[in-house]
Design a binder for this molecule. Structure first.
Ligand SMILES: *[C@@H]1O[C@H](CO)[C@@H](O)[C@H](O)[C@H]1NC(C)=O
Length: 520
């Protein structure tokens, strides 16, 4: 029965959305971004659409209608110039420094690499028709010009959730009191100082982004995407034309927020179709761990093997004390002084590992992808934030009650032992994690079906322009009602002024009369 309904459902998709030509622009060469973005393109192709993907990653067995346009293979570190730094040195960078040192320069460089890649230039030269351009929203705005080039609606996908830029693009309310900048570490985000810090950073980011960064991106458009139909709109205006935004968030974990109908949450999209299974050796190891497993992985960018010696020894000494088995993503061949209950691997199939019932706790850096995988499988987290949005993800997990933050500078034997004991011995973390897991999955459609539904919706409804916030047609002053507020303020001021004038004359007259009476 279920199967029948399911295929009927698919059939209705097939009837109502004919195969479309879709350009999917995801050139950024970060693995964690790709993990989130890849299922969307593949699923669109599986459902019969002709998908052309500008990407840094080659798929082993893509569907027939999935065409890869490869971006030259360069890591962000190569592009910025210089060696890949030890990522642990990024602990404690302010959001401003993180933008200055990495995001702005990295974003420009990787956009340039993408546009300058041979296969991309080839694609741009040939004649193509696209019904939809989907682009990642992450410091590569020059790519949006492809929507103008192909005269197609633009949909944006983002690997994280709500933020100032996304709200500016769609003219959604900024909600600065509850929407904290993704890269800002604020211990008490809703306190007065927390909100002031957030406001300051939003302003800082907005000014640099709109008046400096987007102009640099525009220069890249001029250099690498010639022969565009005039007039070419500015990137700021082009992005305001965004038909649909897909966020990697979900209100069951992230802060609830007000969203217009063209903003759709698809958090956990990479978990909707998990058909991979654990490799046999890991399956056996996990099955056999009768006291449970502590799983340690700091993500695809952070290398555990680069930990300072003292921190590394702290981990080893505490792991040695545990009766649980420990599995750690460790990027070197060997690890001196390795405890007997510790297993190291250079790469681990994380979502499959986290799905195993013997996993008791996940020691993580708090990257969003890993955090969602833990949420999905109901695993408590001990989080050591290193950079970017990690602190905020972990703060959320801590506030909800299935996670504990251990700051990098505070890693010592006592603290690590305490945190581990807390989570391993107190049931409440596991119970909360299971609760979050259930509510994260409790949706009318899976995240992947939701993403595909709304993308096809935009194609079916020719850009669905009616979904956009009508405030986009007003200027900032009108859309924030500032003019009306000022008007009301002025009316009240004038009334107040007149009233005081009248009262003053009355009062002076009365006192004059009194004085007169006295004299008489
Ligand atoms: C599919 O897209 C490719 C470009 O990647 C294009 O060459 C091809 O003609 C398209 N196929 C159809 C059926 O439109």
């Amino acid at each position: 029965m279920f199967y029948k309904q399911h295929s009927l459902f698919l059939l209705s998709f097939a009837i109502f959305c004919e195969a479309a030509n879709i350009l999917y622009v995801i050139p950024f060469s970060s693995k964690s971004h790709y993990i989130f973005l890849k299922p969307i393109g593949l699923e669109l192709a599986r459902r019969g659409h002709n998908v052309t993907v500008i990407t840094s990653y080659k798929e082993a067995k893509p569907p027939k209608t999935y065409h890869e346009v490869m971006v030259d293979n360069k890591s962000i570190w190569e592009i910025i110039g210089g060696e890949r730094p030890n990522v642990f040195t990024m602990v404690g960078l302010s959001a401003e420094e993180f933008h200055d040192k990495i995001l702005w320069s990295g974003g420009l460089a990787m956009t340039e690499v993408a546009l300058n890649s041979k296969e991309v230039q080839e694609l741009l030269k040939n004649d193509h028709k696209f019904d939809l351009v989907i682009s990642e929203q992450f410091f590569q705005e020059a790519m949006y010009v492809l929507a103008h080039k192909y005269d197609a609606p633009l949909a944006l996908v983002t690997t994280y959730g709500n933020c100032m830029r996304h709200n500016i693009i769609t003219r959604n309310p900024l909600q600065l009191s509850t929407v904290i900048s993704e890269f800002l570490d604020i211990r008490e985000p809703t306190s007065f100082w927390g909100r002031l810090r957030n406001m300051y950073f939003a302003l800082y980011e907005f000014v640099w982004w709109k008046y400096w960064y987007l102009e640099k991106q525009e220069a890249l458009v001029k250099k690498y995407v010639p022969h565009l139909k005039e007039p070419v709109p500015s990137l700021y205006d082009l992005q305001k034309d965004t038909a649909l935004m897909l966020y990697n968030s979900h209100f069951s974990f992230d802060n609830a927020a007000a969203y217009g109908p063209n903003i759709v949450e698809i958090g956990g999209v990479h978990l909707s179709k998990s058909d991979e299974v654990l490799p046999k050796d890991l399956q056996e190891i996990l099955d056999g761990a009768k006291h449970g497993v502590v799983y340690v992985n700091f993500g695809s960018n952070v290398k555990s093997s680069e930990l300072p010696l003292e921190k590394k020894n702290t981990f080893l000494n505490i792991f040695r004390e545990l009766k649980q088995l420990v599995i750690w993503k460790w990027e070197d061949e060997t690890l001196d002084d390795k405890p007997k209950n510790l297993i190291i691997r250079k790469w681990l199939p994380q979502k499959e590992i986290l799905s195993h019932p013997n996993i008791k706790v996940f020691i993580s850096h708090g990257g969003l992808i890993g955090t969602q995988e833990a949420i999905f499988h109901g695993i408590p987290i001990i989080g050591i934030p290193i950079y970017a949005d990690q602190f905020n993800n972990l703060l959320q997990a801590q506030e909800i009650g299935f996670g504990q933050i251990l700051e990098f500078k505070d890693i010592n034997e006592e603290n690590l032992r305490n945190k581990l004991n807390n989570v391993l011995k107190d049931d409440k973390y596991g119970v909360k994690a299971k609760e979050i897991s259930a509510r994260f999955k409790d949706r009318p459609m899976s995240a992947l079906d939701t993403a595909v539904y709304w993308l096809e919706y935009v194609i079916r409804n020719k850009g669905a322009t009616y979904m956009k916030n009508p405030a986009l047609k007003l200027n900032r002053i009108a859309s924030t009602m500032l003019d009306v507020y000022v008007f009301i303020f002025m009316v009240f001021t004038i009334i107040f002024f007149i009233l005081t004038k009248i009262l003053k004359t009355l009062f002076t007259n009365v006192s004059k009369n009194k004085r007169k009476q006295k004299r008489n």
